[in-house]
Design a protein. Structure first.
Length: 561
């Protein structure tokens, strides 16, 4: 009879899973071994489980389907928790396969044991605290079927991580006559998309057409559903300006005439003012979290003065933070298609206000100086962060991808950088911790080997995961890593307002570290060198690290509004 570890790989292939990220260990080693000769699934070995989890998270965001995070229980639930939590709170699909490392002796406190017995730790409940679904497999049949269910749960409704935790016996001999019987995986993954009622779509469409100053706020749901074309078509049809949440940045190209940029405390002034002045807000795939709404400031969004229509795949998210006129539950892409069809039907395909609205938005952006500041032309050295963003803007084209990381470097990028193509920027927005962006960039490059991929991080975040350089070399992934290097924890130090403690590092030569890993390492100290270095690095067949000497004297709260 076949063994469960072999059947698990069959299930992954049947379920369309084609990448496994992690480190072999414990009871997962037989599953890793079963990947040998199975070319349909690519195993990717990393130096740390955090990197594997972040890669799996980014993979899920870009594809809409899960990859696998796999490794030994103690280290997946601890080191890997960083990326699992990001996936859970952001809403990206991921399957986790891990173990209890009990060796059949959990009752006697076997070291590394995770069964929850006396003398061990409880991995199942730890996993249940940060996943949509966790199953505990104690037999080979439960392990195989558990993987089927994990794939199902990860992609059903609002996506998220789903885990299979296996006892030591669960990778043993598989018996097809025992329960649970294992059927073809495709039957578990069949689903129909939910859409709102036709009357709700009609009423919403009429309300949008009747509004004097309608506006759209796009969130990460647009990115996950790949509703880029529908969002742009609706905006252009009606002349509706489009702002995004932080997590929705690049859901709508920010070079578009109707693009307002990001809202919130560190968003664009014109975005906040336009959203505040709207009489109707169409919220597309955004939960309106406190960080999006300046902590529910009525000067930005006020349901007593504005008509709010909210689209979300999860009914709990519509009318969660603010009361809504109508909550449209369904996949954002499908719901926008319905609204577009209804608007065209009601209006006859022409909206007379469209051109005037476009002109008004262009005028408002110019008056507000959107995406600009005098510092973006500064010749200072160390280089001002605003100038670094301007150089990145110059170096990127519409084919490239950018991953962001935590810290004030992320705020500078989120505020000033104008995305040139829909879906071209990935940012941590769940737990939003340091060290997410560099490994995420590796996953982007795996999926888009012919596209430029730039990771932007601070020295604090990059130092946590500099081992990604080794993975980049091993898998021939010529990602460009740009490090804002000022030897401080920028957001922490800025917030200390002169009472500096535990926020400064010794200077670190990241370019030398990169060269030691076998990558290109370049130190940049003049602002005019940044864009040419990025462009040159994109044409280089190995990964490149650009160690950019960055000013530590520009506080992030300078861009707050």
């Amino acid at each position: 009879m076949p063994r469960a570890n072999e059947k698990i790989i069959d299930v992954l292939i049947e379920g369309g899973v084609d990448h496994v990220f992690g480190i072999p260990g414990g009871g997962t080693i037989p599953v890793w071994d079963a990947l040998y000769g199975r070319d349909q699934v690519k195993p990717v070995l990393v130096r740390h489980e955090q990197a594997a989890a972040c890669m799996a998270d980014a993979y899920g965001r870009l594809t809409g389907k899960p990859s696998v995070l796999m490794g030994q229980g103690a280290f997946i639930v601890s080191n890997g928790a960083f990326g699992i939590l990001e996936s859970y709170l952001y809403g990206s699909p991921m399957v986790i396969i891990t173990d209890t490392s009990d060796s059949g002796l959990s009752q006697h406190g076997n070291y590394q044991s995770a069964t929850g017995e006396y003398g061990s730790f409880d991995i199942v409940n730890m996993m249940r605290g940060m996943t949509k679904f966790t199953t505990y497999a104690v037999t080979p049949e439960e392990a195989v079927h558990g993987v089927q269910l994990a794939i199902k749960h990860s992609i059903t409704g609002r996506p998220g991580p789903a885990a299979v935790v296996m006892r030591s016996a669960a990778t043993g001999e598989f018996n097809p006559t025992r329960n649970p019987h294992v059927h073809p995986t495709s039957g578990y993954l069949t689903k129909s998309q939910s859409v709102p009622l036709p009357d709700d779509i009609k009423n919403v469409s009429q309300a949008i057409l009747s509004a004097q100053h309608p506006a759209i706020l796009a969130g990460s749901g647009v990115l996950m559903s790949k509703a880029f074309g529908e969002l742009q078509e609706l905006a252009e049809l009606l002349g509706m300006p489009v702002a995004t949440s932080y997590r929705g940045k690049s859901a709508f190209p920010e070079v578009h005439p109707l693009a307002l940029g990001m809202i919130g405390t560190f968003g664009q002034k014109v975005a906040n003012e336009t959203i505040a002045a709207a009489d109707l807000l169409l919220i597309a795939g955004c939960r309106l979290s406190p960080s999006d709404t300046k902590f529910e400031n009525p000067g930005l969004i006020d349901p007593t003065k504005q008509k709010i229509i909210q689209i979300d795949i999860d009914p709990r998210n519509t009318g969660w933070a603010f009361p809504v006129e109508t909550g449209l539950v369904g996949d954002v892409k499908l719901v926008l298609q319905q609204i577009i069809a209804a608007v065209k039907r009601i209006s006859g395909g022409e909206v007379t206000e469209t051109q005037a609205r476009i002109a008004a938005i262009e005028k408002a952006k110019k008056a507000a100086g959107a995406f600009s500041a005098p510092e973006m032309a500064s010749a200072e050295s160390p280089i001002l962060p605003q100038r670094i963003v301007a150089e990145i803007q110059s170096a990127m084209d519409e084919t490239g991808f950018i991953t962001l990381d935590a810290g004030d470097n992320r705020l500078w990028m989120a505020h000033f950088y104008r995305s040139k193509a829909a879906g071209s920027l990935l940012a941590p927005g769940g737990v939003a911790g340091m060290g997410w962006g560099p490994p995420a960039a590796l996953a982007v490059k795996l999926l888009h080997p012919d596209k430029p991929v730039l990771s932007v991080a601070g020295d604090g975040g990059f130092a946590m995961v500099n081992h990604v350089l080794s993975t980049a070399v091993q898998y021939k992934l010529p990602v460009v890593f740009l490090v804002f290097n000022n030897s401080v924890l920028g957001m922490v130090r800025d917030g200390q307002r002169g009472k500096t403690i535990a926020s400064e590092f010794v200077p670190t030569d990241f370019a030398a570290i990169a060269r030691a890993y076998g990558c290109n390492g370049i130190r940049i100290e003049k602002p005019e060198e940044v864009a040419p270095a990025i462009k040159k690095a994109f044409k280089t067949p190995v990964a490149t690290l650009l160690d950019v000497a960055t000013s530590k004297n520009e506080p992030y709260f300078k861009i707050a509004n």
